[in-house]
Design a protein around this ligand. Sequence first.
Ligand code: HEC
Length: 284
Amino acid sequence: MERNDAVMPWVAILFAAIFGIITLFLFNAATAPKPVEVDPAMVQSISTEWPELGPKVYEANCQGCHGASGEGGAGPKLAGNEAILKDPARVYNVVHKGQGAMPSFEGKLAENEIFAVANYVLHSWGNNIEEPLTPAVVAEGQGKVDPEVLKNRSRFVPEGIALPEIFLLTFTMLLLSYGLIGLYSNWAEGEELHPGIHRVQAGPLGMLAMVVTLASSLLFSVLFVRQMMTDYVAWKEGVMPDVFHEGLWAGLLLLSLAIAVGLYKKYFMDGEVVVEDASGEFPW
Ligand code: HEC
């Protein structure tokens, strides 16, 4: 007679919970976008000093390649340039980091000079953006994921989840499944394993539980299919699918199916306990 302990499964579940909590705290802090702190005095000086400072910086550093009126030359035309008008932060980033044949001005120009020249470019020769370009606008742009990148990203991975989180969460789920399987085996086969065939009998309660789980499986599969169809129509229009609800219905469907299988094994299927094989019950 062998013991079918429920201690180890609980230990596994406890560790899964601890890892889950660690994941939430540790990696949320690491991957959360940093709050943008903007000094109002800096914004004030950027908005007031660019009309005077901007042209000077432009003349000394940019004119040679982009032309006196932004008409272009060795560098592209900046007057009426759609790319920079749509994404003003781009001017700051290109000047800051450089791009292709254009040199980086980091260290050569002070931060306020970069903002001044960027605002000059964005407000001259017919260019006119509404708000002046400030560190807040630039920081906001950096927090965003490029739509081109998003398009290629699996729609099942929420934005902001990084690899370490995926690793830890996978491990957490493995531990959790291990624990749940152990608890299930303890419940279905009893605390003591008696070798041999076990005849089972479904009482009215087992029967009722079975009917309820099968009905809810049906319900969740209908909800899941309906959600998929709605999302497919929306997706063709370019709308992001409602991944949360797809996942929720699919998860509940799998859960109720798993419960149905468990109930079947406990109440409807004659079981056999082979003690020598008991360790082979575990998933690895
Ligand atoms: C040595 C020549 C050169 C100088 C000096 C230069 N640029 Fe450029 N710039 C370029 C080239 C070449 C590109 C195109 C880079 C690429 O995309 O390959 C460019 C691209 C840009 C872009 C992006 C345009 C777009 O359509 O994406 C901006 C904005 C810009 N420059 C602004 C400036 C400003 C402001 C200055 C002065 C601080 C400056 N550049 C100085 C050569 C120059």
